[in-house]
Design a protein around this ligand. Sequence first.
Ligand SMILES: C[S@@+](CC[C@H](N)C(=O)[O-])C[C@H]1O[C@@H](n2cnc3c(N)ncnc32)[C@H](O)[C@@H]1O
Length: 315
Amino acid sequence: MGGFQHRPVMVREVVELLAAVPTGTVVDATVGGGGHARQLLRARPDLRLLGIDRDPAAVAAARVALEPFGDRAQVVHGGFEDVAGIVEQAIEGNVMGILFDLGVSSPQLDLPERGFTYWGDAPLDMRMDSAQVLTAARVVNEYSQEALAEVLAGNGEERFAKSIAARIVAHRPLHTTADLVIAVKEGIPARSRRRGGHPARRTFQAIRMEVNRELPNLAAGLDESVHLVGPGGRVLVLAYHSLEDRAVKERFTQWAGREESQPPGLPVEPTRSHALVRLLTRRPMRPQPDEVAENPRSESARLRAVEKLPSPSGP
Ligand SMILES: C[S@@+](CC[C@H](N)C(=O)[O-])C[C@H]1O[C@@H](n2cnc3c(N)ncnc32)[C@H](O)[C@@H]1O
């Protein structure tokens, strides 16, 4: 796989859930290095696969990884927020599965020059798609203090969003990830700095999510995906933090025709006739301890899945 080394997370569980779909095409909306895709194509020789990734380095790596499968697999560069348009252009026939494996890949995190990590010193980039204009440098240097605080609170659930935003503004212009780490540390009271991992973790997550529009893109991609898959087809999402997982859970519950906020104890109204899907995972599946031991990056993973129901008016 050349320089692109990413261990697929919960691959056994993902392949098991996807291997149950009717014959057709599975869309791997975040194909990365092709880890999940390869295992699925091996497990189900009658399936085709369309891989999508917004990172050109991932597209190149996935093409190499999936070459042995010939014309059963194709990989395109694009964003899953446009999954319906990409599918329409790329394939004929039925989509029977869509997989979203969210967040960043190991190569994105591990290559310091991409600016995703608070270890070391690198330009403030954080773009998954290098063709895009918005970078982390523009977010930290050009957003107003209020807008920055909102990004940190909304995307990172950062308690000290306001004071960190103030320190970022005081340090402008910031050039590198190390400049950002210094500003973040100054914005967090010393006693809190020592708790809960690296003090800049939430800020980096929040800025990365802003640069790549991760939550809006996820919402758009999910909304399109439920209409793309045929009856018996499945939508799977691997999320790595609670904001993402919450967005997934809310949508899945809505599609299944049950309101999130229904008070416990009330008789459940049978809303089956409106349900688009059935939930395959009432609670998210988590990685087994042996996987976490081998691959610590899998620890935060939560896997949810739904199966599309036949529409009431037809098959
Ligand atoms: C966790 S990795 C996927 C790894 C992959 N499942 C594998 O087995 O190698 C997430 C990938 O999603 C891509 N990505 C993130 N947001 C995306 C979007 N909106 N559209 C398409 N790809 C996206 C990233 O570039 C990254 O390569």
